[in-house]
Every structure is written in structure tokens, then in C-alpha cells.
Design a protein around this ligand. Structure first.
Ligand code: GLA
Length: 758
């Protein structure tokens, strides 16, 4: 049984073959935490591992032998005002104006499988791949307040990860107000951690930063109405000397797309408290008598094998328990017309692009923004999902028919959460926009956020969008979201419910996702928020891939995709080969470099393919064949960062970045090596591969060279292609249009290895 409870010691031990999570009922009845990390032997009593000491100037729970001070006791549900002066994980305001409460152990249940969410529209872990999951529900009660809390721990049998969330039930006759409710609270005995988080802005999302934690509070959050490009709802705690491959680390991520807060506190006794949940800022929730509130789920994982190990745990967890069952479990390559045409297209142009794309071997054409009435720029028409017959005389049906006649699928861009003042929708329903009537409305990209806390808004948009999806026989949807919430006020909610708006809004977004995903089960959804402004586990539950960034420059993409890979699998990262010169950075790079970077993602094209030379078309045809051939390896293999700028290795003397994927059976592997800026007089450079079978013999496809797995991992793969400044070396080995790796800035090399069959 993966969950043991010892009645005598009141200790819970949650375990699988990788990890242990141990907690126990404290002498005062509250729930204490003991341990999270590498698997420990079961059947043992760990409650002797006390964490609190008898210090001066503290508040104790009793004046007898059962004395306990909450300030240095590791806990599962720390609360306000009873001697724990650190940040609480649950704060409730009661009718008497006070926040004081005490939740003590009442009972617990172990369920085979997943205990269902009461809010069915909220993203949550699932077990569609039948890996095996077990749920522990521990019920805690404040008998004075008559408020009950269920803490849920859902353990996956096949990954080193546990999800946690809580339900708060009001059993009293009075209203209570929840002001804060962290989905996960993890108290740790040590404070020797560095913090890794993923930060950014538009077009440079998820750049990792690492800082050493010290006494006090470190936090980051979003109050923008979405998880945001600025901070991702994820962090990792790294023990001393963690590298990509070595050392203990803990990763924590929230399965939620709205405002969040991540908070790490180190106290005076050098203990760490890590929390993640809905952002308490701008939030309160009225819980009426008999009602229940459920927090989003959070996932926590532990790795002994450094950051690559942690990422692989998370990738597996996301694949098994977050992503929907694949709609297309086969390789496909899409083309999107956004950077090719922006708003300036008609049916003829679109069909020309799609025709060329189909001849190049692409499988799906995605019509981006600008296809509906009044949408010739980003100033108008969001909310009016009626086809523009001037651009598309035969409607979506006609265009889709022509595209499908080419033998490829048809995809469509939508942005259902928004409207413009210049729209029929806004003119009819100005109160459907989130705003405060007394203040000017702030604006972003000339548009406004629809109030999805109102079900009639969700109903209307559902009707309009589904009509388009039916008409266009749509196979794929790019669901965009291009502005943040400001003036958070809903004319539909009562004054004392305004603190519920952000959460109700995102529940409305999830409601629309649920409805569309259920009504159109064959459609593949890709989420987008001005690129990667809402790349989170909440949306991945509905839309298994996210447009990683509006930035299609391969150099910036190396950093973005590298940062994103700390939590998210390659199969979730939308990656396109775009035109030269790049539209976001104005950088010039070769077609092969752009493709080699996009290869480590979903892979597609975003350029006007009708303008390509024959030479470029031939290259693209080969790129597509190559991607499709290795799709299985790229999307299903284990991913390793070999050289990452996040933890720079002293062995990386030539400004390289390098990634690798290895198939589960270790028989296939692919390595990408990317030169950023060339160094004169380069050193001999090796890269050390990972995850191979040390005893296996591998053949490198391009050169027919044989290597042992051990050799590639410990002696290293020698990159001897670097240009040393000797002009006679400048012969073109691969043909005019291919750059040689190491010969100049922004060159790349893809190494394919297969294990020799016996
Ligand atoms: C956002 C998206 C782009 C594109 C435009 C269309 O910026 O991130 O990919 O779809 O909107 O307006």
C-alpha cells in the first residue's frame, strides 16, 4: 500500500519507489510534517525526528510535557495567530472579526485512484494512461468554528511527484471569508537552498534565475489575471552544489492559470517554508453556510539527480497526469500565416501559402488573426466571430474545403476572452467588460477583457465560436489571450464578492475550455497569450501545447526553450521556423539553424513559403522529413540539457548550448549543439552525453562512426568542426546553403545516434 498510517504513532507515510512524504499528528492534534525526499524504508517510526526546541521568547501550545511551539514545528496546515509567526497557508476571517482557528486531525481516507474534484471545470490530475494513483484525504476540523479542511495528497505510482490541494467546508451557520489558501505548504528542516524561478517579459519568457535564499521572505507572483510571462507558477529549491545532473532538488508547480503567489520563508532557526497557491492579493472568497471551496492543485517533485532529473520527473508527471489524451499521436507539421501576412490576406493568398506548404510536406494550415468581420488591424472586432466575406468570399467552409482538398488539415485562431470597443459585441454589452464604472478603462492592444465570471458571456462566446468551428470543419485551434486584467471589478458581482472576480473569471475560462474540448473532441488546442504569457499546467490540461513565445528568433528561442524545459516537456512547446530577417530581433540566421532549434518542440513553419527559392524549398522538404522521422524520439524520449547557460559549465569553452533526447529503450538518441557567438582560437570542445546505455554500441548516422555509450558519456563526443582562422579550412563541406557548425556565429549541429543491433 503506498500510504501507511500507524495508529499508535499517528504517522502517515506516503511512498512509491522514488519518494517518501511523511507527516504525523502533533501532540496538540494539528498535522505536522516530517519529511519529503528520497524514498525511506516503510514500517518505521520517524516521529522521533522532532523539529522544535525549547527556546526563549516563543509562544507554546501548552505548559506541560506536551509543550510545542508552532514557530519551529514543521506543519502541513500552518494558520495565523497561534504562535507560528511565519506566513500561514490558510487564513479565514470569521464572523467575530478574528482570524484565529485550530484545525485538528479528525479522520482520514485512502482512495484507490483519484478522489474527484467537486469543481469539475478546474484542471486536475488524471490517470488516463492508467499508471496507478492513490489519494490520501486527511480531514481536519476546527470544532469551535465548525469549519473543516480536507488535505488531499495524490500519489502517482510511476513518478516522483505528489499533487496536493485542499477543500474548505463551512459547517457552521455563519458566513466565513477565505482570504488566503495555499494549495501546497512544504515545511523543510534545512535552509541551505538556492531558488530557481522562471522570469521574463513578452518575447523573452521563462529565463531562469537562481538566487541564494536567506532569512526572511522571498516571493514572486502574478496579479495580472493570468499566470503571466513575468513569473511562471513554478520554482525549484536546489540543495548545495546542484548541477544539471547531480544533487537534491525539489520542484513545485501550480496547476492553475490565474493569479498566483509563490512564497519561500526562512526563519531564525534555519527552516524553510515553501508555499504556492492563488494570490491572496486581490482575493477573498465568501464561504456561506454549507458551502465548500476547493483550491487548485499543486505538484511537488523530488530529484536526487540534479535539475535534469527534476525536469524529467516533471515531464513524466505532466505527460501521464496533466496532458489530455493525444488527438494526434503521429507526427505533423503545421504552418501558420501570422508572420507571413499579418492582417493583410485574402483567400487567394491563403490558398497559395497552403498549397506550397502541402507540397513541402506540411500537414496543417493555421489561419491566424484577421479572418472575421471588421478585423483588419488589432483595433477592432474581437468578440464578433463572424467571417469576413470580403477576405473569404466562401466563408470558413469554402476556405477549409479548398485547404482540405490539398490533403492537409485546417486550423483557426481565436481570442475568445476579449473584445474591442469597436465591435458589435461591446456596443450591445458594454457591461460585459471587466472595468470599474467610475474610472477610465486601462487598455492593452486596444482591447478589453470580457467578464467570464458571468455565465451569459461564456454562453454567448461558446455559441459564436462553436458555429465557426463547425462551419470551418476545424481540426486545430490556436486560442490566444492578449491582454492583462486591470480595474478588476464586475458589475455583475455584489460589493462583497469583488474579491472573487479573478478566480471566478479563470473558472469561466476553464468552463469555456471544457465546453469546447467536449463538443469538439477531435480538435487539437494550442494555447497562446501573446506567445508564452500563460504557459502553465492549468491550460496544458485542456490544450496540450502552448505557443512558447512570439519570439521566433532562434537565438532568443534557445534561451526561452531552455528555460521552459525546466518544467515543461518538449511536446508542449510550440516552435516554428520563421523568416529571415527575424521579426522580433531583426537577427539574421540560417534556415538550418532556425530549424535545428525548432526541432526541440512541436515544430512548424511561420513564413511566406511562396517566396522561397527552390534551394530553400528543398532544404525545408528535408527538414520536415527529418522531423517526422525523429518525432517519436523528440516528443517521447527523455530530455537532457547538456550545456545550459543556467548552470554554466567550465567545460563549455566555446559559447555553446546543447540538448539531447534519448528514447526510453536507450536505442535512439539525438543531440543538438548550438554555437551562439564564435570564439577565435577555439579550444578542443567535448560534450558529455547522458542517458545512454554505457555498454551499448552506438553508430552516428551522419559519419558512420561507432562509439560506446560509456565513451560518449565519460570521455565525451569531440566537436572538431570549429573554424580556427586558417583560411584553407573554409571549404564548404555541405553545400552552399548549409552552414558548417562552428564556422561563424549561430551555427548548429544535430547528431543522431542509434544503438547497433546485435
Ligand atoms: C498574438 C499571438 C500571435 C498572433 C497575434 C495575432 O500576438 O501571440 O502569435 O496570433 O496575436 O493577433
Amino acid at each position: 500500500m503506498p500510504i501507511d498510517f500507524n495508529n499508535k504513532t499517528q504517522q502517515f507515510h506516503i511512498h512509491n519507489e522514488f519518494i517518501s512524504y511523511i507527516m504525523y499528528v502533533l501532540p496538540n492534534g494539528e498535522l505536522g510534517h516530517l519529511y519529503f525526499g528520497q524514498r525511506l524504508p516503510e514500517g518505521r517510526d520517524y516521529t522521533y525526528q522532532k523539529t522544535n526546541m525549547n527556546h526563549v521568547l516563543k509562544a507554546y501550545t501548552a505548559d506541560d510535557d506536551s509543550y510545542l511551539c508552532l514557530e519551529d514545528t514543521l506543519q502541513e496546515l500552518p494558520v495565523y495567530g497561534r504562535g507560528d509567526y511565519r506566513g500561514e497557508s490558510l487564513r479565514i476571517k470569521y464572523e467575530d472579526g478574528s482570524y484565529i482557528n485550530k484545525f485538528t486531525y479528525k479522520e482520514h481516507y485512502v482512495y484507490d485512484g483519484i478522489k474527484q474534484h467537486t469543481l469539475v471545470s478546474m484542471p486536475h490530475v488524471h490517470d488516463e494512461k492508467k499508471c496507478g494513483m492513490t489519494t490520501l484525504e486527511v480531514i481536519l476540523l476546527d470544532s469551535y468554528r465548525q469549519v473543516e479542511v480536507s488535505l488531499f495528497y495524490i500519489l502517482s505510482a510511476k513518478t516522483a511527484a505528489i499533487s496536493r490541494h485542499m477543500e474548505i467546508r463551512n459547517l457552521s451557520s455563519a458566513r466565513v471569508v477565505i482570504e488566503q489558501c495555499a494549495s501546497l505548504n512544504l515545511d523543510l528542516n534545512e535552509a541551505s537552498y538556492d531558488l530557481l524561478q522562471l522570469d521574463g517579459a513578452w518575447s523573452r519568457e521563462r529565463h531562469p534565475s537562481i538566487r541564494t535564499l536567506d532569512t526572511g521572505v522571498t516571493s514572486f507572483s502574478s496579479i495580472r489575471g493570468s499566470s503571466s510571462a513575468n513569473h511562471n507558477p513554478f520554482f525549484a529549491l536546489l540543495s548545495e552544489h546542484v548541477t544539471e545532473d547531480l544533487g537534491d532538488c525539489i520542484g513545485i508547480a501550480l496547476i492553475y492559470s490565474g493569479n498566483f503567489n509563490a512564497r519561500i520563508e526562512i526563519n531564525q532557526y534555519k527552516q524553510t517554508r515553501a508555499q504556492i497557491g492563488i494570490n491572496e492579493n486581490g482575493f477573498h472568497w465568501n464561504l456561506e453556510s454549507g458551502e465548500c471551496f476547493e483550491t487548485p492543485q499543486a505538484v511537488v517533485s523530488f530529484s536526487q539527480n540534479g535539475l535534469n532529473g527534476l525536469s524529467q520527473n516533471m515531464h513524466r508527471f505532466i505527460d501521464y497526469h496533466i496532458l489530455p489524451t493525444p488527438k494526434r499521436d503521429e507526427p505533423y507539421v503545421l504552418i501558420n500565416n501570422w508572420e507571413a501576412t499579418y492582417f493583410d490576406f485574402d483567400e487567394k493568398k491563403i490558398v497559395e501559402i497552403a498549397t506550397e506548404a502541402s507540397q513541402l510536406g506540411m500537414d496543417l494550415f493555421v489561419l491566424d488573426d484577421g479572418w472575421f468581420v471588421g478585423r483588419d488591424s488589432d483595433r477592432s472586432a474581437l468578440g464578433d466571430w463572424f467571417v469576413n466575406k470580403d477576405k473569404l468570399p466562401e466563408g470558413l467552409a469554402g476556405l477549409s474545403r479548398k485547404i482540405k482538398a490539398l490533403g492537409i488539415d485546417f486550423g483557426l485562431w481565436i481570442e475568445p476572452e476579449m473584445t474591442n470597443i469597436e465591435s458589435i459585441l461591446y456596443k450591445e454589452h458594454p457591461d460585459w467588460v471587466i472595468h470599474h464604472p467610475a474610472y477610465p478603462m486601462s487598455v492593452g492592444r486596444h482591447q478589453y477583457v470580457l467578464d467570464y465570471s458571468r455565465v451569459e458571456v461564456v454562453d454567448t462566446i461558446y455559441e459564436r465560436i462553436s458555429a465557426c468551428l463547425v462551419e470551418g470543419k476545424v481540426d486545430y485551434v490556436k486560442w490566444d489571450m492578449n491582454r492583462l486584467i486591470s480595474e478588476p471589478y464586475s458589475s455583475h458581482l455584489s460589493p462583497d464578492q469583488q474579491g472573487e472576480l479573478f478566480h471566478r473569471h479563470i473558472l469561466g475560462v476553464y468552463d469555456l475550455y471544457n465546453r469546447l474540448v467536449s463538443a469538439f473532441p477531435h480538435i487539437l488546442f494550442e494555447s497562446c497569450a501573446s506567445g508564452g504569457g500563460r504557459f502553465d499546467l492549468g491550460l496544458l490540461y485542456f490544450a496540450p501545447q502552448t505557443w512558447t513565445s512570439d519570439d521566433t528568433d532562434p537565438v532568443e528561442r534557445l534561451y526561452i526553450q531552455n528555460g521552459t524545459s525546466y518544467l515543461y516537456p518538449l511536446a508542449t512547446m510550440g516552435s516554428h521556423v520563421a523568416a529571415d530577417i527575424n521579426h522580433q530581433t531583426l537577427r539574421k540566421t540560417s534556415l538550418s539553424y532556425r530549424s535545428d532549434v525548432a526541432l526541440f518542440g512541436t515544430y512548424g513553419y511561420e513564413m511566406d513559403v511562396t517566396l522561397l527559392s527552390d534551394d530553400e524549398k528543398n532544404i525545408i522538404k528535408k527538414q520536415i522529413i527529418f522531423f517526422k522521422k525523429h518525432w517519436d524520439l523528440i516528443h517521447k524520449g527523455s530530455f537532457y540539457r547538456l550545456e545550459s547557460p543556467v548552470i554554466p559549465s567550465k567545460k563549455n569553452v566555446n559559447d555553446l548550448l546543447s540538448w539531447m533526447v534519448v528514447s526510453e529503450d536507450k536505442k535512439q538518441a539525438m543531440v543538438g549543439v548550438y554555437q551562439i557567438l564564435t570564439k577565435p582560437s577555439p579550444n578542443v570542445q567535448r560534450i558529455y552525453l547522458r542517458g545512454l546505455d554505457p555498454k551499448g554500441e552506438y553508430i552516428e548516422t551522419a559519419t558512420n562512426s561507432f562509439y560506446s555509450g560509456a565513451e560518449l558519456m565519460t570521455f565525451g563526443y569531440v566537436l572538431d568542426d570549429f573554424y580556427t582562422g586558417i583560411a584553407s579550412d573554409l571549404h564548404d563541406k555541405l553545400g552552399k546553403s548549409q552552414q558548417i557548425f562552428g564556422h561563424g556565429d549561430f551555427t548548429s549541429k544535430i547528431i543522431v545516434l542509434s544503438m547497433k543491433e546485435e
